[in-house]
Design a protein around this ligand. Structure first.
Ligand SMILES: NC(=O)c1ccc[n+]([C@@H]2O[C@H](COP(=O)([O-])OP(=O)(O)OC[C@H]3O[C@@H](n4cnc5c(N)ncnc54)[C@H](O)[C@@H]3O)[C@@H](O)[C@H]2O)c1
Length: 389
C-alpha cells in the first residue's frame, strides 16, 4: 500500500510531531507538517535545522543528507495542504474532543485511501476513529520520546481497523528503521501499562519506609541492571507527564487497584515540583544541592528488586494473558521502548515461576490488597510447570 513515494502528513509540530517528521523525511518521504500555531511551526523548523546541523558536525550524517532531509519537509499552516497525503500521523494535544474534530475535518480533505493515524499515548483508537465515516482506515501509531532516537513504535489497530492497513503501517514503519510491535487498543497499550509497577511499587516501598529513594534507585540499577532508578526516571520524565499517565491508566481500567497512583507523587505535582525541568522533584537539582547517598545493603537491595521486578513480570504476564500483544512483542516493547535490560517474560523464565508466584502470593497474603493479585497466567505456568518460552 505504501511506497517510498508515499507522502506523509504530520499534524502537530510539537515534540513528537517534529521527531516523527524527521524520521519519515530521513526515510526519503516527502513530509508535510501542519500546526495551527505558527510559533510552534517556526520553532519546529528551527529546531530541525539545528539538530541536523549538529548531526553533521558529529559526522552522523553528511551535508548532502542534511540538505536531502530538509528538502523533504515542508511546514504549512492550513490543514487543506495535507490533501494529497497517503498517511497522516496526528500528534496534537492529548484531548479527545480536539482530536476527534481534527480527524473529522481531515477525513473530508484527503483521498479515500489515505490512512489516518494517531500518536496518542492514552486515548482509545476506537474513540478517535468514531469521529470518522471510514473508521477502518484509522489506526494508532505510537512513537516514543524522542521519536528520532527511540526505536520502538507501537502499532494499535482499533476495533474497526482494516487488517490490511495494520500490516501496511507496520511494514512502512519498519522501513523507517524502527522496531514495531502490535498492541491491542487497551489503556497504556503495552509499554505504558506494563511499566506502571516500576514506578508504583518503588513509590510504595518508599512510602512504607522500607527504603529511601536513593537506595531503591541504587538497587534497581546495580542489582537489577536498569539504566535508571525509578525516582531518577520519574524526575526526568516529569511528574506532570508520569503521574498523569498513571492516573489515566488507573481511571481507564475502572480504578483497578493495581494501577492506583501514589499520593507522594501527586503532592509533587501539586507543589509544582515537576522534576529535573523545574530543578526539583523527588531529588533537588540545584547546583549546590548534595544528592543523598544510597545505603548499599545488598540484602535490602535484593528484596527491593524482587518486589519491583516481580510486579513488572506480573503485569507483563497479565498483558499476555489478556492478549494485549504476543510474548515476543511484550518483551521487545519493554527492551526497545524503555530500555529494560531484558524482556520481562524471558526474565521470568530465567528466574523460575515458583519463586515469582511465591513472592507475589506472600505480598497478597500480607497486605490483603487486590493490587498484589497474581496473574492467572503465572498461576497456570506454576501449576503446569510451564515457561513462557
Ligand atoms: N511527549 C511525549 O513523551 C509523548 C510520547 C508519545 C506520545 N505522545 C503523544 O503525542 C501527542 C503530542 O504530544 P507532544 O508531546 O508532541 O505535544 P506538544 O505539546 O509538544 O505538541 C502539540 C502540538 O500540537 C499543536 N496543536 C494543538 N492543537 C492543534 C490542532 N487542533 N491542530 C493542529 N495543531 C494543534 C500545538 O500547537 C503543538 O505544537 C499527544 O497525543 C501525546 O499524548 C507524547
Amino acid at each position: 500500500m505504501f511506497t517510498k513515494n508515499s507522502i506523509i502528513g504530520v499534524i502537530g509540530s510539537g515534540a513528537m510531531g517534529s521527531g516523527i517528521a524527521q524520521v519519515a523525511a530521513t526515510a526519503a518521504h516527502k513530509v508535510i507538517v501542519y500546526d495551527n500555531n505558527q510559533s510552534s511551526l517556526t520553532k519546529s523548523e528551527t529546531t530541525l535545522q539545528a539538530s541536523l546541523k549538529k548531526l553533521v558536525e558529529k559526522e552522523k550524517i553528511t551535508a548532502d543528507q542534511q540538505t536531502f532531509i530538509l528538502a523533504n519537509i515542508s511546514f504549512v499552516n492550513s490543514l487543506n495542504d495535507l490533501a494529497k497525503c497517503n498517511l497522516v500521523i496526528e500528534a496534537i494535544v492529548e484531548n479527545l474532543q480536539v482530536k476527534k474534530s481534527v480527524f473529522s475535518e481531515l477525513e473530508k480533505l484527503v483521498s479515500e485511501t489515505c490512512v489516518l493515524a494517531s500518536n496518542t499515548s492514552s486515548l482509545s483508537i476506537a474513540s478517535i476513529a468514531a469521529a470518522c465515516t471510514k473508521p477502518e482506515r484509522v489506526i494508532g501509531i505510537h512513537f516514543f520520546n524522542p521519536a528520532t532516537l527511540m526505536p520502538l513504535v507501537e502499532i494499535i489497530p482499533g476495533i474497526a481497523t482494516d487488517d490490511a492497513i495494520t500490516t501496511s503501517c507496520k511494514n512502512l514503519i519498519d522501513t523507517w528503521g524502527k522496531v514495531t510491535v502490535i498492541a491491542k487498543d487497551t489503556p497504556g497499550f503495552i509499554v505504558n501499562r506494563v511499566a506502571r509497577p516500576f514506578y508504583s511499587e518503588a513509590l510504595r516501598i518508599y512510602e512504607e519506609g522500607i527504603a529511601d529513594m536513593p537506595t531503591i534507585d541504587w538497587a534497581m540499577k546495580e542489582i537489577a541492571g536498569f539504566k535508571m532508578g525509578p525516582f531518577e526516571l520519574m524526575d526526568m520524565i516529569g511528574h506532570d507527564v508520569n503521574y498523569v499517565v498513571t492516573e489515566t491508566v488507573w481511571t481507564q481500567f475502572y480504578f483497578d487497584p493495581k494501577f492506583k497512583p501514589a499520593l507522594s507523587q501527586k503532592r509533587l505535582l501539586e507543589a509544582g515540583f515537576l522534576g529535573k525541568k523545574t530543578g526539583k522533584g523527588f531529588y533537588n537539582y540545584a547546583a549546590d544541592a548534595k544528592l543523598p547517598e544510597p545505603k548499599k545493603d545488598v540484602e535490602i537491595g535484593k528484596a527491593i528488586v524482587k518486589r519491583i521486578l516481580f510486579m513488572l513480570i506480573n503485569e507483563a504476564a497479565d498483558a499476555l494473558y489478556l492478549k494485549v500483544a504476543t510474548r515476543e512483542d511484550i518483551d521487545l516493547a519493554m527492551t526497545k521502548g524503555v530500555n529494560y535490560p531484558k524482556g520481562l517474560l524471558k526474565w521470568a523464565d530465567e528466574l523460575g515461576v515458583n519463586l515469582i508466584v511465591k513472592e507475589l502470593t506472600g505480598l497478597k497474603d500480607f497486605y490483603e490488597e487486590d493490587r498484589y493479585r497474581v496473574s492467572p497466567l503465572l498461576k497456570q505456568n506454576f501449576i503446569m510447570k510451564k515457561t513462557f518460552y
